[in-house]
Write a protein that binds this ligand. Structure first.
Ligand code: AMP
Length: 530
């Protein structure tokens, strides 16, 4: 972009760049904490020394369970500065979900928040993780405080490392691993998508390409950042895109509609976005009608379509609206609606593919979909992941032989060249912006001693876009209650994965070929007779 930021490799390089060119610009706001770029750069440097003292070097993994808060930004940037690889663990995960990621990624250190803002205490989980035998042991570091039963705090480590030398500088390339984003998968267990520095910078370039020359993306960006830090949308669209522009991140460590509205007004937020379910809750909050939202220049959403009613309420704010489509493995922003799109375009399409990547709509039987016909979105280019961590078979299955990513998303192109999504190949569904894979939930249900067989299907939901319904058949003589099964699931899986209802059936409806009749189950879930 003419007159825009320079081309640097790592997000952390931009922190250093703005620390020298605009040291007094605000970079991070979290409650009463405020850091300018000069201060952020200093904190990143101190944190990098502390991580180096804890043994983190080139290519090592740094796992972190955190909400959006200052330690997240500082540790992420310090990790990248060291040439190490950052891994976010969703703060909603339960013990076994955390253990899987730690076991799979083999980090050098695991940094964890002690309590979340809603009162969840992570200490029992951390004590249990510390006691386990690990093939590749790691140190647990806590924040914001220390806990003697667990290990040192980040603040202690930073204090101790103050006299240490700066870690030796190194040259990074866009294809060096920067972060690993764990996404649930068809086989049940989350897989780690490895993203290079180039893929993180790509999201910024994609936004710039879609809104080139628009004053509202160039100047004084202040974004409300309230997505989980382990999600690609938080890492590249929110954090990366803002830091590359030298903007300010207004961090909110949980999503609460009234708090989001108050933060927009108080901090003069210019860019606000999230998944449609979040925006829906914001517009339904009584404070929405009266709050001063005049600072907002852009409101965006992705992850699921926004209903037309929501789009027209958002238009009433006077902000520019946009939606985009993207995915962890293929670049956070693959397509985006053109600036100043009308409401129908915003509600029914995911915009035009960004021309930084090769893209095509492929037919299942081979060849490309003719104009107006549905095909699978396939991608090749700089936004793509580097592969799944330690899983070459899964990586190979995600790509065609000539390197196109098979997204699983089905779409057709309108005569104007905009994509309309028409569903997915495979089993995944979306709930509140999260990808849900039925097999992961079915497996967890089948671990219950009373459950012989479990099947999970999705049905439409006005707020969350889709929600899951589970159907179980019990072992002979067993009579599990829905409550007991939900409690069983919530011990094992993040709460957003728990189905809305669990129906106990005497027998699963079957298709003549011996497969479970999911179509029939969806009818039952929608209220049809069992
Ligand atoms: P994730 O990897 O968590 O970012 O999820 C990516 C998936 O979310 C995509 O493969 C799509 O199925 C879905 N998705 C992303 N953006 C949109 C959108 N704007 N509308 C509908 N579905 C979307």
């Amino acid at each position: 972009m003419p007159g825009g930021p320079p081309r640097l490799v790592r997000l952390s390089d931009y922190v250093g760049h703005y620390a020298s060119t605009r040291p007094e610009s605000e970079a991070v706001v979290f409650g009463a904490q405020r850091l300018t770029y000069a201060q952020l750069d200093l904190e990143v440097d101190r944190c990098a020394r502390a991580l180096a003292r804890a043994g983190v070097g080139l290519g090592d993994r740094v796992a972190m369970l955190t909400t959006p808060r200052t330690e997240f930004i500082v540790t992420l940037m310090a990790t990248l500065r060291l040439g190490a690889v950052w891994i976010g663990i969703n703060p909603r995960y339960r013990l076994e979900e955390m253990a899987h990621i730690l076991d799979d990624s083999r980090p050098r250190v695991f940094l964890s928040l002690l309590r979340d803002p809603d009162g969840r205490d992570y200490r029992p989980d951390l004590v249990a993780l510390k006691a386990r035998p690990w093939v590749s042991p790691f140190e647990i570091i806590t924040f914001p405080d220390r806990d003697d039963a667990i290990g040192p705090s980040l603040a202690d480590l930073i204090q101790e490392a103050q006299g240490d030398c700066r870690p030796a500088p190194h040259t990074a390339s866009p294809t060096d691993a920067a972060v690993i984003v764990y996404t649930s998968g068809t086989t049940g267990r989350p897989k780690g998508a490895v993203l290079g520095h180039g893929a993180l910078v790509y999201a910024y370039e994609a936004v710039s390409r879609s809104f080139v020359g628009k004053e509202y993306v160039r100047e004084g960006m202040r974004i409300l950042c309230n997505l989980p830090p382990n999600h690609i949308g938080c890492l590249s669209e929110m954090v990366g895109n803002t830091i590359i522009r030298g903007g300010a991140l207004i961090l909110a460590d949980r999503f609460n509609p009234a708090e989001a509205i108050a933060a927009i007004a108080r901090e003069r937020v210019t860019v606000f976005g999230g998944v449609p379910a979040m925006l829906q809750m914001v517009v339904q909050d009584p404070a929405f009608a009266t709050a001063d939202l005049s600072s907002l220049k852009m409101i965006g959403w992705g992850g699921a379509p926004a209903p037309a009613g929501l789009v027209s309420i958002l238009a009433g704010t006077g902000a520019h609206l946009f939606t985009n489509y993207g995915l962890t493995e293929g670049g956070a922003i693959v397509s985006a609606t053109p600036p100043d799109s009308d409401l129908e375009t915003l509600a029914t399409t995911v915009g035009a593919p960004v021309d930084l990547m090769e893209h095509r709509l492929a037919l299942e039987e081979g060849g490309l979909a003719p104009p107006g016909e549905i095909g699978e979105i396939q991608l090749r280019g700089p936004g793509l992941f580097l592969g799944y961590w330690n899983d070459p078979a899964a990586t190979a299955a995600a790509l065609t032989r000539d390197g196109w990513l098979k997204t699983g998303d089905l779409a057709y192109a309108t005569p104007e060249g905009l994509w309309t999504l028409k569903g997915r190949r495979g089993e995944m569904f979306k709930s509140g912006g999260y990808n849900i894979y039925p097999r992961e939930i079915e497996q967890a249900l089948e671990e219950h001693p009373d459950v012989a067989l479990a099947t999970v299907v999705e049905i439409p939901d006005p707020l969350y876009f889709e929600v899951g319904h589970a159907f179980v058949c019990a072992h002979p003589g067993a009579r599990p209650s829905e409550r007991a099964l939900i409690a069983h699931l919530k011990e094992r899986l993040a709460n957003y994965k728990a189905p809305k209802r669990i129906h106990v059936l005497a027998a699963m409806p079957m298709l003549p070929i011996g497969k479970v009749d999911k179509h029939r189950l969806r009818e039952i879930a929608r209220g049809g007779a069992a």
